[in-house]
Design a protein around this ligand. Structure first.
Ligand code: SF4
Length: 67
């Protein structure tokens, strides 16, 4: 995986609590990974929803009060 010149800044504002992931701070890799799975990255989720590690669009809509 390539490194990123913005990694330190990105990590400072990243809310992802999944510590085992090598994509932390490399947002393009993070987005591409979850997009390929039909998901959204951690930064779309509030604290409670993020901690479930359920990155599905359904979970995103649920936290927003949708169906
Ligand atoms: S949101 Fe997913 S890909 Fe991004 S850092 Fe967290 S676990 Fe890794």
């Amino acid at each position: 995986m390539k490194d990123c010149v913005n990694k330190k800044t990105n990590i400072a504002r990243c809310n992802c609590t999944y510590s085992g992931c090598a994509r932390h701070g490399i947002c393009c890799e993070c987005i591409a990974y979850h997009k390929d799975l039909g998901q959204l990255p951690a930064c779309y989720f509030d604290k409670v929803a993020e901690r479930t590690y359920d990155r599905s669009i359904e979970n995103y809509l649920k936290q927003r009060g949708g169906t």
